[in-house]
Write a protein that binds this ligand. Structure first.
Ligand SMILES: Cc1cc2nc3c(=O)[nH]c(=O)nc-3n(C[C@H](O)[C@H](O)[C@H](O)COP(=O)(O)O)c2cc1C
Ligand code: SF4
Length: 1431
């Protein structure tokens, strides 16, 4: 190729682009001069060297049918960045000359989302030159091709070798880049097997390095840098490699040892951990004189224990020209941490920048942005006075000096410059004019004409033009209405504010309402003419550049919110990067730009971060709506002038909302404003219902949260209704607190013309002690009293709803509502029938066999949520919606929707997980979840925090490993659990098989799951063979519809029917003497009966167990299964089927709180239910067979089964598989899974107590497994007996029903209890303790010897007296107690037990014998015989 003949690189590129039918060329002057001749022959267009270098391209009109090839230099490219956003979806190739030999530009631009190719030498160039055409034409994407022409000087390319048969642009059949066959990387090594180090090359020296590579070092040259294919890179990196150095051509050393190029590797920490990479650094190189020597020093540095993370070799390239300096600083600023933002500003605007306050100045006053703003206003005032004077002084006769004519000419230009928006070039001309005026004035300072000017100002900056910036901190975000921000916005002056927010996300998360920040962005966007951008230098450098340039151009106030989170000055860049990542990815800190000067409405707002920020979109939606409304009624013109605080914004919204509602409804009756406050949704739903019913009666009703009340406007309202529930202890729900705070102490409010009433929702038994009676419906009572005091007139008396009433709060409500209509004179109004509320049964029935609108809901990216019906239906598909309750309030205060995500649960009958499956789940947790796996109380695995856009991929990945999630939740038979029984392989195998078969037998038959999630291919599948895996799987989700008469293929549910079961259904199997599954807690419990030859004979069957309850609702109770007798193995399916049919047909489908089998069986009575079961079953149950169950806990440590294989039960606290500094269990399990996979033997098994077993380890591998478990502390069972026997449900932050903490609190409480146990010598005694965050009982608290069930934050009910083997329910001992009371109550009980127990007597049994608590003999007596003082 390099035979001296042929074309040079530039001509080859021209030759290739010309082979495409339609093509156009552009070039910038700084491109190598030799191009120009060739390009001029092609009629290439010259890019203007100004601030908008791409304007000539854009003005020329871009066309998707034409290949646009641009020859450009780095500096022009950087200046063109803000225009890149207009280029998407067009076939454009930027051939960028790496003129300055600085490759860090490629890394700095990596967030552009354009493909980036790098050609350092001829080899790479020949490939990339062709591929660039292929990518641009076939994917219609702009791309950057960085070319080191210098490194290829004197090399010639034989054009015939450039085989390219692309002639046209594929507009119709666009491909994705992943569909093209691209060479991303190339590996060089003398001996792949022995490479311990690797160089990732981003420099011009690949060829030289390769010559000198030692055998222990390999090199990978990057051809295609974006999309970043880390998986492929790691496939290429030899397994033996432990150390990585990125060698990057750069003109300076790395400032902090961290640079964008290095961040690419940190994008997946797990990969580094998995591959045992113990060193990852970057070394910058410049002009190398002795390449071999430099290479050796780079490798030696890499190998050393403490490498220099900023190693820099070679001499920098000449940096004399201004452009080079600017260029280098531009790159540096992409990577510099400290005052990164300031430096970028300085670099972008150079001497034209004027910062009015010195942000980092030691002088507090100068530091202050308000001070800066004052200075700015002053300078504006001077400027305006000067302009006025200039306009009056355009007569040459006003001056008595020679330069008068020049001065007048200059002044008229200067006046002109002062009235227009200045671009970067006009800015320099304008400054030249200003400077000249100033000089003439100074030279003639004694003349009267000049004196007039100089007496106003004799400082040059008042005559020249600058880009004005203020730098502020997030301190301005607390009291926006009174802050400098407000002044800046209200001034409408052309001033830019950079607001640096350094508060880390975790701090904000924990802040109290009082010190919560306001969303400055939303605040500013509520004004018409403000440019707003939200940026984060560590998330996207290019977006930052664009925002700063746009802000400075915007003629009016601009606010740029910049994120740089750190806890302390000593924070490393990596930590800041991670913080930024969390904030941006969680949606807390979205990246966006809002430019109201944009002509096209759709371009005004651009979202630059990947997480769709629904609430911001909503904001814009609202804006559109408002502007439409404003045209109709100028009353709600959206730009309230000179508003004083965010209160006005709120008013605006409230007015607009009301007006909008009315517009929609077109009503004209008397107004009725309904305000609600609600924690759990009852009061909200009731208020909405009231609103609809009022509208139906001709009233002009509006419904909103008490949060939206504008106190000063309340006196003008005519009829107002307040609907509030009661939270905490007699407190207002969160959304009513602010309102209450405002009215509780004011006497200034005159509500004499307001008619009102209040309806309260409460529970007279929520706090059952006599002295707590005043908490009942307290907020409603308080509000009513207070409004009366403020002279408001009751329309009707206070209404109260009580959960304890026969019909719950509806009982009181119906009566109250009827009198309301009476009082308002609309009771006789003819009202159409109200639509019936949609019940779960309606949802199932109308869902077309569980399809609903799930597909459409997934595609709707405007919200992170699914609609209410789909939320119910997706449970049957194995996942349901949650929101992060830790940040619910913060997000609400920011006007954001809750942070919705989904919990995905696997179906895992028998709890077995193969190592391959574990590895998939492990990586899904990291990539799509919150980074942890949760082993559940039904011995399966849950992923938390999966966001909507990742669900499909998650489910497909799970199915690709031959697991599924069908029926893991929903009104169907759930995961079937089996005792873990590690010591008996033969028995366990037989029972597990039955569990597996039961699970398959009762699966829903709908093909909806397969159709929605699995059918066809998906772009995100990691392997195209995925579909073939589940298509060939015999079990799992149904793939084929049923053929019925008339040749139609339909879904049929022969057993479950279209409405499935009334409620969830659970089947657990115990194997005596182990009851780790809590066999009596489930709808059907089976105790395996084994004969003397270890063969499974059949099962004792127990029916009607269930744990869910509702606090203070005595109609709900936990229940243990009733014995029906013995059933042979072969009959078990029929027997269970009979129970399921009975429950299907007789279960309560009206009241979900009464729908579980336990109520059906009690309502029908056990004998009747059993008889009906036998009728359907076709057999009579045989008498129960003898068995002995001794405990319901797990036994930790190693066991050898009868075949010689080893099993170990590991302790995983509350089932949360997570890495902590002390317990790196998640990594350990991943490593263990890899080992098992490699050996092809062994697997994991989960227990219903949320622990984990490693199974089937043969003796040859035993030591290695033990060693690994030791290393990762997986063998750590040195905990108290109490801790080992405890379990907690998830509760906060993800469970929507949690009233109190559970999983996060139990370990803390146990530590405190352990001190007591230690005192009485009970450390090693096993006590079954369980905690839940509400009465639903997910961790089966009612069967524990000691249980705590959450009632309200920090408050629990204490229950005692369950049996150790899980057969007897416990009972309430003390209601609503806090931690100190819990400890003081249980301490004497432990003491007594330690002193008075019989040999081996368990705690629960002792408490019963001692009379501390009465035994609960049956579920329905759970609420009876409570000890004195329990309530
Ligand atoms: C954590 C919690 C605390 C409660 N505290 C009280 C209380 O102090 N007084 C009362 O009358 N009702 C209390 N209740 C009952 C609720 O007010 C009642 O169930 C209401 O219907 C809930 O309505 P919501 O869903 O709109 O929040 C409490 C309920 C919960 C969950
Ligand atoms: S017991 Fe209640 S708080 Fe705990 S996970 Fe279940 S529903 Fe949530």
């Amino acid at each position: 190729m390099s035979d001296g003949t042929g074309a040079n690189a530039l001509d080859s590129l021209i030759y290739l682009s010309k082979s495409v039918e339609n093509h156009k060329f552009y070039y910038s002057t700084a491109t190598k001069s030799q191009t120009i001749d060739s390009l001029e022959n092609e009629n290439a267009i010259h890019l203007i060297n100004n601030n908008d270098p791409l304007s000539s391209i854009i003005n020329n009109g871009l066309d998707e049918n034409t290949l646009t090839t641009i020859f450009i230099d780095e500096w022009t490219l950087l200046r063109a960045l803000p225009q890149f956003y207009t280029l998407t979806n067009l076939p454009i190739i930027f051939n960028v000359d790496l003129n300055f030999q600085d490759y860090s530009i490629a890394a700095a631009l990596k967030d552009l989302a354009f493909p980036i190719l790098i050609s350092s030498d001829l080899d790479a160039f020949v490939r990339n030159a062709q591929k660039s055409i292929e990518i641009a034409t076939q994917t219609s994407t702009p791309l950057l091709h960085f070319i080191n022409y210098k490194n290829m000087e004197n090399k010639k390319i034989n054009l015939k070798e450039l085989n390219l048969d692309i002639k046209k642009i594929e507009v119709e059949e666009k491909k994705t880049i992943h569909e093209l066959h691209l060479d991303y990387f190339k590996l060089y090594s003398k001996n792949v097997g022995s490479a311990e180090n690797i160089i990732i090359n981003l420099s011009a020296y690949a060829n030289e390095f390769i010559n000198y590579l030692p055998t222990d070092t390999a090199l990978i040259d990057i051809y295609i840098y974006r999309p970043w294919n880390l998986d492929l890179l790691f496939e290429l990196i030899p397994k033996t490699v432990k150390k990585i150095v990125v060698v990057q051509n750069s003109n300076s050393e790395s400032t902090f040892g961290i640079e964008p190029a290095l961040l690419d590797f940190f994008a997946d920490f797990n990969k580094l951990v998995e591959r045992n990479i113990d060193q990852l650094i970057i070394s910058n190189v410049s002009q190398l004189i002795n390449v071999n020597e430099s290479l050796q020093s780079i490798i030696n540095n890499l190998k050393s224990d403490k490498p220099n993370e900023r190693l820099f070799s070679g001499t920098p390239y000449a940096t004399d020209s201004e452009n080079v300096k600017l260029y280098i600083s531009a790159i540096e600023n992409a990577i510099n941490l400290e005052d990164a933002y300031l430096k970028v500003l300085k670099q972008l605007f150079g001497s034209n920048l004027n910062i009015f306050n010195e942000f980092n100045s030691a002088n507090v006053q100068e530091n202050n942005p308000e001070y800066g703003f004052g200075r700015f206003l002053n300078s504006q005032h001077i400027r305006e006075t000067l302009v006025t004077l200039a306009k009056q002084s355009l007569d040459i006769n006003s001056y008595d000096f020679d330069a008068a004519t020049d001065l007048v000419k200059l002044l008229s230009k200067w006046i002109q410059f002062n009235s227009v928006e200045l671009s970067e070039e006009t800015l320099s001309t304008a400054n030249e004019v200003g400077k000249n005026i100033y000089e003439i004035l100074l030279q003639n300072k004694n003349s009267e004409g000049a004196k007039k000017f100089l007496s106003i100002s004799n400082e040059i900056q008042d005559y020249t033009f600058k880009l004005n910036w203020l730098i502020g901190s997030d301190a301005w975000s607390y009291d926006l209405g009174n802050s400098g921000i407000h002044q800046v916005i209200a001034s409408k002056k052309n001033i830019n504010v950079l607001l640096i927010d350094s508060e880390p996300y975790d701090k904000i998360k924990n802040s109290t309402a009082k010190d919560r920040k306001k969303d400055v962005g939303l605040y500013a966007m509520n004004y018409a003419n403000v440019y707003v951008a939200s940026v984060a230098v560590y998330a996207s450098y290019t977006q930052l550049l664009s925002a700063l340039i746009e802000a400075s151009k915007f003629n009016g106030p601009s606010i740029v919110l910049a994120y740089l989170p750190y806890h302390s000055e000593n924070e490393t860049p990596l930590e800041i990067l991670k913080e930024t990542k969390i904030a941006v990815e969680s949606g807390y800190w979205p990246l966006y730009r809002y430019d109201p000067s944009k002509e096209k409405e759709t371009e005004i707002f651009s979202l630059d971060s990947s997480v769709i920020r629904n609430e911001l979109q909503k904001f814009l939606d609202r804006e559109n709506k408002l502007s439409l409304l404003a045209q109709k009624s100028p009353d709600f013109a959206r730009n309230l002038k000179d508003s004083a605080s965010d209160l006005l914004t709120k008013k605006q919204n409230a007015r607009a909302k009301r007006a909008f509602d009315q517009l929609l409804e077109g009503l004209s009756g008397p107004p009725l404003h309904i305000y609600y406050a609600s924690d759990g949704g009852n009061a909200t739903a009731l208020a909405k219902k009231l609103g609809n019913r009022a509208a139906a009666r001709g009233l002009k009703s509006s419904v909103s949260s008490m949060d939206d009340i504008i106190i000063e406007e309340l006196p003008n309202e005519e009829n107002v209704i307040f609907v509030t529930s009661t939270a905490g202890q007699g407190e207002l729900p969160q959304d009513g607190k602010a309102f209450w705070d405002q009215i509780k102490s004011t006497l200034d409010l005159d509500l004499a013309s307001v008619n009102f009433s209040v309806f309260g929702l409460g529970d007279s038994q929520y706090w059952p002690r006599k002295e707590d009676a005043h908490y009942y419906n307290k907020p409603a009572k308080d509000i009513f009293k207070r409004l009366e005091l403020l002279s408001a007139k009751p329309i009707i008396p206070l209404g109260l709803g009580d959960d304890q009433d026969a019909d719950g709060f509806q009982t009181g409500y119906k009566e109250w509502e009827a009198s309301l209509w009476e009082a308002l004179g609309v009771s006789g109004a003819a009202v159409a029938d109200e639509p019936k509320e949609l019940t779960n049964e309606d949802m199932k029935l109308g869902s077309n066999y569980l399809r609903g609108t799930i597909k459409e809901g997934l595609a709707d990216q405007s919200t992170g949520a699914l609609c209410a019906v789909d939320q119910q239906l997706t449970k049957f598909h194995g996942f349901y919606m949650q929101d992060d309750r830790d940040i619910r309030e913060t997000r609400k205060s920011q006007g954001l929707e809750p942070y919705y995500s989904f919990m995905v649960r696997c179906r895992l009958p028998g709890g077995k997980v193969t190592p391959e499956q574990w590895l998939v789940l492990d990586s899904l947790a990291d990539n799509n979840g919150v980074g942890t796996l949760k082993i559940t109380t039904r011995a399966t695995i849950q992923l938390h925090g999966v966001i909507k856009k990742d669900i499909k991929h998650t489910l497909r990945a799970i199915n690709s490993t031959l697991l599924d999630t069908v029926a893991a939740c929903g009104d169907v038979n759930r995961n079937v659990t089996v005792a873990s029984l590690p010591g008996n392989a033969k028995v366990h195998k037989q029972v597990s098989q039955v569990a597996h078969d039961i699970s398959e037998f009762f699966l829903p038959r709908t093909t909806a799951y397969h159709e929605i999630w699995l059918q066809g291919n998906d772009d995100r599948d990691l392997d195209p063979s995925w579909p073939s895996k589940w298509e060939n799987r015999k079990e799992g989700p149904n793939k084929k519809k049923t053929l019925i008469a008339g040749n139609a293929l339909v879904d049929v549910e022969p057993l479950l029917g279209q409405t499935y079961l009334p409620r969830k259904f659970k089947i657990n199997i115990a194997i005596p003497p182990y009851n780790d599954v809590d066999v009596w807690s489930s709808d059907v419990g089976l105790i395996a009966i084994i004969d003397k030859d270890q063969n499974l004979k059949g099962f004792n069957m127990y029916v009607g167990g269930g744990m869910g309850t509702t606090h203070n609702n005595k109609k709900t109770y936990p229940r243990t299964g009733s014995s029906f007798g013995f059933v042979k193995t072969e009959d078990i399916f029929k027997a269970i089927e009979a129970v399921i049919i009975l429950q299907r047909d007789h279960g309560d489908r009206q009241n979900r709180k009464h729908a579980r089998l336990k109520y059906t069986i009690d309502d029908m009575t056990v004998p009747v239910f059993k008889k009906k079961t036998e009728e359907l079953f076709g057999k009579v149950f045989e008498p129960e067979q003898p068995f002995e169950i001794t405990s319901n806990i797990d036994y930790f440590g190693w066991v050898k089964d009868e075949t010689g294989l080893n099993h170990c039960t590991m302790y995983i606290e509350n089932g949360r598989v997570v890495d902590t500094a002390d317990l790196p269990q998640k990594t350990g399990l991943r490593k263990l899974a890899r080992l098992l996979k490699e050996w092809g033997s062994g697997h994991f098994r989960l227990t219903a107590n949320q622990h984990l077993l490693v199974d089937n380890i043969d003796d040859t591998h035993l030591d290695e497994v033990k060693e690994l478990m030791k290393k990762y502390k997986l063998d750590n069972t040195n905990f108290s007996g109490l801790r080992l026997s405890s379990s907690a449900c998830v509760a906060f932050p993800s469970c929507g029903l949690a009233m109190a903490e559970s999983e996060r609190y139990l370990p803390v409480l146990i530590t405190k209890i352990e001190d007591i146990l230690e005192e009485y010598g009970l450390r090693h005694d096993s006590i079954i303790m369980r905690m839940t965050g509400c009465g639903n009982g997910c961790s089966r608290p009612w069967l524990a010897e000691l249980a705590l069930v959450g009632k309200a934050p920090g408050t629990y009910n204490l229950l005692l007296g369950g049996s150790y083997n899980g057969e007897r329910l416990n009972k309430l001992y003390r209601a609503s107690i806090k931690e100190d009371e819990i400890l003081s109550i249980i301490k004497p009980l432990f003491k007594k037990w330690s002193l008075e127990r019989y040999d081996g007597e368990h705690f629960g049994d002792f408490l019963i014998r001692d009379g501390v608590i009465k035994p609960t003999t049956e579920g329905k007596y759970f609420h009876d015989d409570l000890p004195e003082g329990a309530l």
